[in-house]
Design a protein around this ligand. Structure first.
Ligand code: ADP
Length: 461
């Protein structure tokens, strides 16, 4: 069942319930008030008769013409249950209107069906003032024909009006639901078109106000499409990058193998080139595997206490060896800071940043490592006086396979643009972040911010 049909049914159902309740209340209230009016008339006439004939000596009650309302019928029964007198306007024989109540000694109202006439009957015992004994009983009746007619008419009107109102509500409800759901139809149609055309660059035009439900739905779908498009492009770029990065060393290996085949001897230069390229491929595959594991949440990071100052000293020593005295490596500020995390992974991050700094710093340049505490954070920074990174490239350097200068001849040991993505993932998963500031031609500063586990933070510098 469609949504609009369901909504219409709900409208109609609610209306039917409301009308039933309303109609029921009106019907019962009207019946009650009309019956009460008749009861009142009967009681008034009974009182008139009794006060006209209240004479202890007038037994049996003698009757004279009373000005009795034409639609009230009266019977007088003596204590022997014999009919003494009755009005002449009776549509009935000499039977009592309400035989059962004749035996009772109290006023009784009853509704009776006599000779196809619907009657409201009041039985009133007439007592002698002296001893309170019942000397006669009055039975007054009034036809309920008019009330029945009014009730029937009311019922017919209520049923007809209810039916018309329900049908109208259903039609209007259907039209309203259709017009309210029309934007959703349009959205569905556009999304289907996008799917059929396989074109994620298309967007649904926002015709409704942005705060309305349909406007928000369209915006949410457009955002999802944008995200999907980004992911799709990223996946395509990633595949192209991986293929490219794998093909380059393979081509180099193939060239060298061909050369060996031609010359018939494996010269040291070719073998070393092959080894370099195989190393490069191994690194690439290793990095890819690490990223894939990271993204699928399969890398479990150890949670040990890591003394960042000790870690920095270790890396400083390694960096000095890597720099081979062509670049000066030194230590700036050296606070003591401890963080919780995976020591090996953190070391991998810092080493990666240091090796990047060394790679991009020309001979005679300087790379400075420093560690400082800022409030609850430890900040380990690697500053170089190298080539720097253009401002427009900065937001992208943590993307996978992103290299600032793609055309630059890479060293065999150079990365493929995965190092910073891996470093960023590791630091983020330690609850920290990597910040970078750079001035092209002057150098860059990479800062690793990690949450400290201790309050006191001693400085050595
Ligand atoms: P790679 O493994 O190729 O070095 P990274 O992800 O580590 O890739 O770095 C991405 C890019 O950021 C590099 O291609 C490089 O151009 C740039 N970059 C990283 N560190 C520095 C730095 N200290 N100075 C200048 N450029 C840098």
């Amino acid at each position: 069942m469609t949504l609009r049909l369901r909504l219409t049914l709900w409208y109609a159902l609610v209306l039917v319930f409301v009308l039933l309740a309303f109609g029921g209340v009106v019907y019962v209230a009207l019946t009650y008030s009309l019956t009460a009016q008749i009861d009142h008339t009967l009681s008034r006439v009974a009182n008139e008769i009794i006060s006209a004939y209240r004479s202890p000596d007038s037994l049996p009650i003698t009757l004279r013409a009373l000005n009795i309302t034409s639609n009230v019928y009266v019977q007088v029964w003596d204590d022997e249950e014999e009919l003494v007198w009755q009005t002449t306007n009776l549509p009935l024989q000499d039977a009592a209107f309400d035989p059962a109540s004749l035996l009772l000694e109290e006023n009784v109202y009853a509704t009776q069906e006599l000779a196809d006439t619907h009657l409201r009957v009041l039985t009133v015992p007439v007592m002698l003032q002296a001893d309170g004994s019942v000397v006669a009983r009055l039975q007054l009746a009034s036809s309920l024909e008019t009330i029945d007619l009014v009730r029937r008419m009311l019922l017919n009107v209520l049923i007809a009006a209810g039916l018309i109102a329900t049908i109208m509500a259903a039609v209007i409800g259907y039209i309203a639901a259709s017009s309210a759901l029309r934007p959703i139809d349009q959205v569905t149609e556009t999304v289907l078109q996008i799917t059929r055309a396989d074109d994620l660059s298309r967007r649904i035009p926002i015709s409704a106000p942005r705060t309305s439900e349909d406007g928000r739905l369209i915006m949410a779908i457009n955002e999802t499409l944008e995200r999907l498009e980004d992911l799709f492009h990223a996946q395509r770029r990633f595949l192209a990058d991986v293929s490219h990065e794998l093909r380059t060393p393979l081509t180099a290996i193939r060239g060298n193998v061909d050369l060996i085949g031609h010359t018939g001897e494996a010269d040291a230069e070719s073998l070393s080139a092959i080894t370099d390229e195989v190393d490069r491929m191994t690194r690439l595959v290793g990095d890819l595997l690490l990223l894939a594991k990271a993204e699928s949440g399969k890398i479990a990071l150890a949670e040990e206490i890591v003394e960042l100052d000790t870690l920095m000293l270790e890396i400083y020593r390694q960096a000095k060896i890597l720099a081979r005295a062509q670049v000066e490596v030194c230590i700036g500020q050296e606070d003591q800071a401890r963080v919780k995390g995976d020591r090996d992974r953190l070391k991998q991050v810092v080493l990666n940043l240091v090796s990047n700094a060394l790679d991009h710093t020309p001979n005679g340049g300087k790379v400075t490592l420093s560690l400082r505490c800022v409030e609850d954070w430890a900040c380990l920074s690697i500053e170089d006086t190298g080539s720097g990174i253009p401002e427009n490239e900065l937001p992208h350097i943590f993307e996978r396979f992103y290299r600032v200068d793609r055309s630059r001849q890479r060293k065999a040991s150079g990365g493929v643009g995965l190092g910073l993505s891996i470093a960023n993932w590791i630091v983020i998963n330690h609850g920290g972040r990597i910040e970078v500031s750079s001035q092209p031609g002057e150098g860059s500063v990479f800062s690793i911010w990690l949450p400290r586990i201790e309050e006191d933070c001693g400085g050595n510098s």
